[in-house]
Write a protein that binds this ligand. Structure first.
Ligand code: AMP
Length: 171
């Protein structure tokens, strides 16, 4: 995991002053690091009877899709408002540096689906909390939330008390 940390680059004051942005693109372009990260994210859930992985736009799509592939299940994109073409369900929430909404197609999740939620970064937890609410509104059950990176001082875990949370790299 320490090697993975060397592939995460801090960018100060992006997207706005005071934010230290965790840039994962060096990790993404290195095959060994990407494989190691995806394998480690999927490992705890290989026997958890997950029926689908859900991931948030945009970087949750990358890790979520790859983890879904590892688990042999499909992927459900949770998108920014206005992007999905069919009938959607929506949840609004606050980010570390903005406010936002997330949408999913109403037929993306079936009642009783066992969902693993994946994103790159757990910061304040607002995005993940909203994502869990969205999945539950559609009848899915959140089995766990897994993140490549957790920014521990922002205490995002406090918003996810009802769910098991697994983070690979804690800062
Ligand atoms: P939050 O809702 O505050 O937990 O923010 C999580 C979402 O915002 C994730 O989808 C991240 O991709 C993004 N994000 C928040 N803070 C950062 C950060 N410091 N570096 C990179 N991405 C971040």
């Amino acid at each position: 995991m320490n090697k993975l940390k060397t592939k995460i680059r801090d960018i100060a004051d992006f997207p706005e002053s005071g934010i230290v942005f965790k840039d994962i693109t060096p990790l993404l372009k290195d095959h060994d690091s990407l494989s190691q990260a995806v394998n480690a994210l999927a490992l705890p859930y290989l026997k958890a009877d997950i029926t689908a992985v859900a991931g948030m736009e945009a970087r949750g799509f990358i890790f979520g899709s790859l983890v879904a592939q590892q688990l042999g299940v499909g992927f459900i994109p949770l998108r920014k408002p206005g992007k999905l073409p069919a009938t959607v369900e929506r949840v609004d929430y606050d980010l570390e540096y903005a406010s936002a909404g997330l949408e999913a197609h109403v037929d993306a999740i079936e009642s009783g689906d066992r969902i693993l939620l994946i994103d790159d970064v757990l910061a304040t937890g607002g995005t993940a909390q909203a994502s869990c609410q969205l999945v539950e509104k559609l009848g899915g059950e959140i089995i766990a939330c897994a993140f490549l990176i957790e920014l521990a001082p922002l205490n995002g875990r406090a918003k996810l008390m009802s769910y098991p949370v697994h983070s690979l790299l804690i800062y």
